[in-house]
Write a protein that binds this ligand. Sequence first.
Ligand code: ADE
Ligand code: ZN
Length: 335
Amino acid sequence: MTQWLAGMPKAELHLHLDGSLRAPRLLQLAAKHGVSLPYKTVEEVEAAYNFSDLQSFLDLYYLGASVLRDAEDFYLLMKDYLEVCRLQNIVHCEIMVEPQTYIPQGVELSVVLEGFDKAIDEAKTGWGQSVKLILSFLRHLPEADCLAMLQTADPYRDHFCAIGLASAEKDFPPANFQTLYREAKDRGYELTAHAGEEGPPAYIRDALQLLSVSRIDHGVRAVEDDELLHQLAADRVPLTVCPLSNVRLCVYDYMSEHRILDLLEQGLCVTVNSDDPAYFGGDLLENFAALESDLAMSKEQALLLVRNGFEAAFLPSEAKIALDEQLQDYLARHP
Ligand code: ADE
Ligand code: ZN
């Protein structure tokens, strides 16, 4: 089945670009800029990626992102991920970009986007890659800082399809970001937010009600609230689930405990994503493979998950129809 899924056209909707920075590139850029890191070899980097919770991961994630300094670095980062898209037939991707992460290093948004634009243009002309960017905010920072970044992004409004909310979830509830989401809605952005990863189901409800999001990133803790599950299923609110991430960040002790297929069977619009593939041991295809090996996912379930990825995308209906036709074409050749 993994071969069948490898060739299948797929979407990825939950990917932090900084989380795709692999050890060799991390070490190369650290050396380029003379950034001192607590590891010298790829093996040492990978040995350090042993997390006990979200915060223990975020500490190394922000340290890793601190090596990104100039437009060439951002070009290489984007190019590396888009190459994964090409290899894994991720025909449409929605990538979370977090410009607040680069502020301590003094990197301007224009520099970040200069690098990204070059790589995206190459992938679009090279093999017709479909790419959208999500302007993702860091919820451990004050809302005023997020509002300042929203304004900084105004001249680049057409670069982004949506805004998102990431970083430490516990103690940083959706309620803190109501002005940010209202301002973003006024500017015409689509709205998504991380909720119910480590935080309680109430954060999912609040993201929907207080922030008016149309999609939830993670959302797996909805399983603790039956009424919420019914609402998510009835409204087909997409959950961008990241199975390997949930195990590596100890949301579940084992993949066999993951509930993604139960949610699928209950009619929720769950999708499969990699979150931070360089840190969690696999890209999109490896996330699907884990569901096959540890949860006995059927071909029908795999196909539903892929279709949900297209349904949940921030794309106009004509583009979704075109993606579905690509999928039908593949299935006709590879039933
Ligand atoms: N930033 C990068 N990965 C994240 C995750 N899994 N949860 C919250 N913020 C993140
Ligand atoms: Zn995430």
